[in-house]
Design a protein around this ligand. Structure first.
Ligand SMILES: Nc1ncnc2c1ncn2[C@@H]1O[C@H](COP(=O)(O)OP(=O)(O)OP(=O)(O)O)[C@@H](O)[C@H]1O
Length: 555
């Protein structure tokens, strides 16, 4: 993706919160339940102190008898509130994974195919699975703990401040040190490793996927051991990074524990000195010390987030990179629908990024004509077909379909009018019948068979034990290149669009199968218009007009 960028953590946090606005009421519920639960837990020892002071005849707001009734109520409430908070968090987790994946898939649909060309597919899978999964931690276990910690800290600082303002200020400072100071310091230290861990994780996914795809090549050239060594090296590097992240997390936890003890000791000294100076009573000093000691729970949860948070922000960044990516072409829904009446390229200039591939190319494709395009490898023939499909927009000049600028035609209408058979046919892990039917989900079995006959693949399918129900192996690698190619052509026949664009449809075929497909195309010409890219003179013979692309120019 071109859009790879690093946003500030606060920016990432705000953007991620914005993504799940519909879940805000449940999040508020989770926070309120969490605050109530923590306050119950904190006030159990405080009530104990009140009971003790009451029995020593101090004047306290809660007497021994009331404390004895309240203590079990608080204990049970703590459990119930915690359970309900977790219930809300899990509800949020499940809903938001669906919500974010839906958004990301929506964007990918717009980016495809142009912006996904050349993208590391393994890395993309890592974003769609692991990174989004990690965001669940962010929403359910980061946002709500932060809110809970802020609210509980304010309540407790006010409570201690009611005995003496200095006690309240000290408590607020202590909470800030644990809840802000430690996670910020830990996150700063782990920022680079968090980002590179997520990036490396995606890269390893891509590498393994690549290795699986190329397993035959690796075996053939005896490159398996080298490939395995590379996988091991990457895995070790990733494990090393993870270990460093975990070690940093462990160190942060140990430091947190030590600082809390020091802060407790400081509170004891402060309360003691205030008591000695007569500013507060013994009850105020004791209650404040116990209240502070028992109220670090919510901010400890934040301190523990520090190092893990970096991975979460890095994952958030990667998800936002996809969401922010601009498609190469915008889907048109408020344009015109067309009836196909021929196509034209008018002085089309186009390049991928900086390199110019086509320069002022013009070409006329009359309705019911068969137009051939030849040219050396890499001259831009497939690129021209992609411009006719509007996978990309031209830099200069324009492509017209039925006399309309292609940019103003509704995308759905354009897709219905065109069938594009690319050089490589991608097959899904499904039966042959279903693989052909992706071109027309409503087609009957008879129509699928007719399309396969035209593509000269029917006889082969009938030799298979399960015929059209034969499952196609992963990535179609149980079929030969020519068989896959003919299935691709069968899809185009089944799609039944008036304009067929074929990119090297016969490159893997013997002359017998080539002849069948060319005859089928010739028979279809009463209702179809065909653009044919091929290096084979025998295939080009059926074209009425042949253009040649050389050095980006058409002749
Ligand atoms: N998505 C892309 N991003 C950047 N460059 C690309 C992209 N797709 C193709 N190219 C480059 O554009 C040039 C033209 O590619 P194209 O596939 O159109 O050539 P072609 O004439 O169809 O070649 P062949 O006959 O080998 O299929 C090549 O140099 C290719 O590397």
């Amino acid at each position: 993706m071109e859009n790879k960028r690093t946003r500030g953590n606060f920016n990432v946090m705000c953007r991620l919160v914005g993504l799940v606005r519909p879940l805000a009421p449940v999040m508020v519920c989770a926070v309120l339940l969490g605050v109530a639960g923590f306050l119950c837990a904190i006030f159990i020892p405080v009530l104990g102190v009140y009971a003790l002071l009451d029995s020593l005849h101090f004047s306290v707001p809660v007497v021994l008898k009331t404390a004895c009734i309240l203590l079990p109520i608080l204990a049970v409430s703590r459990g119930v509130l915690h359970y309900a908070e977790q219930g809300c968090n899990h509800f949020i987790a499940f809903k938001l994974l669906a919500l974010i994946r839906d958004k990301v898939f929506g964007v990918l649909r717009q980016l495809a195919p142009a912006k996904l060309e050349g993208r590391d597919k393994g890395d993309l899978i890592a974003v769609l699975t692991a990174d989004i999964e990690l965001l669940e931690v962010f929403y359910a276990h980061t946002i709500s703990p932060i809110c809970i910690a802020v609210i509980v800290s304010v309540v407790m600082a006010c409570f201690m401040g009611s005995y003496a303002p200095a006690l309240g200020l000290y408590a607020a400072l202590a909470y800030a040190v644990i809840g802000i100071g430690i996670p910020v310091a830990a996150a700063r230290g782990a920022r680079k490793s968090g980002e590179s861990f997520r990036a490396e994780f995606g890269a390893l996914n891509g590498f393994v996927l690549d290795s699986l795809r190329g397993v035959r090549e690796s075996l053939q050239y005896n490159d398996g051991a080298h490939r395995l060594a590379q996988i091991n090296q990457r895995t070790d590097a990733l494990a090393g990074q993870e270990r460093r992240l975990k070690e940093a997390g462990g160190t942060a936890q140990a430091v947190t524990g030590a600082i809390i003890l020091l802060l407790d000791a400081g509170m004891l000294a402060l309360a003691g000195s205030l008591f000695m100076a007569g500013a507060i009573g013994f009850d105020g000093a004791l209650v404040s010390v116990v209240a502070l000691m028992s109220s670090f729970g919510p901010v400890i949860a934040l301190a523990n987030l520090g190092t893990g948070l970096q991975s979460t922000f890095a994952a958030g960044n990667r998800v936002l990179d996809i969401l922010d990516e601009q498609p190469a072409v915008r889907e048109v829904t408020d344009g015109r629908d067309i009836v196909f009446r021929g196509a034209d390229a008018r002085r089309v200039t186009f390049g991928y990024r900086d390199s110019e591939i086509l320069k002022e190319v013009s070409l006329h494709i009359p309705e019911h004509g068969i137009v051939g395009i030849t040219g050396r490898s890499g001259s831009g023939k497939s690129t021209l077909l992609k411009l006719l499909m509007r996978f990309w927009d031209t830099d200069l000049g324009q492509v017209e379909i039925s006399g309309e600028n292609i940019k103003g035609i509704n995308t759905a209408s354009l897709r219905a009018a065109e069938s594009f058979v690319e050089q490589d046919t991608v097959l899904f892990h499904d039966s042959i019948e279903e693989n052909v039917k992706i071109a027309n989900r409503n087609a009957t079995h008879e129509q699928v068979m007719a399309a396969c006959r035209k593509a000269s693949i029917h006889d082969f399918i009938m030799t298979l034990p399960q015929g059209y129900d034969t499952p196609v192996g992963e990535l179609g690698d149980t079929l030969s290149g020519g068989e896959r190619q003919r299935l691709g052509v069968a899809r185009a026949f089944l799609h039944d669009a008036p304009f067929i664009l074929l990119d090297e449809p016969t490159s893997n075929l013997d002359s017998l199968n080539e002849a069948v497909i060319l005859r089928s195309l010739a028979e279809e010409r009463a209702s179809k218009t065909v653009v044919l890219v091929s290096h084979r003179a025998s295939t080009m013979r059926i074209a009425d007009t042949t253009y040649s692309v050389e050095n980006g120019r058409m002749s």
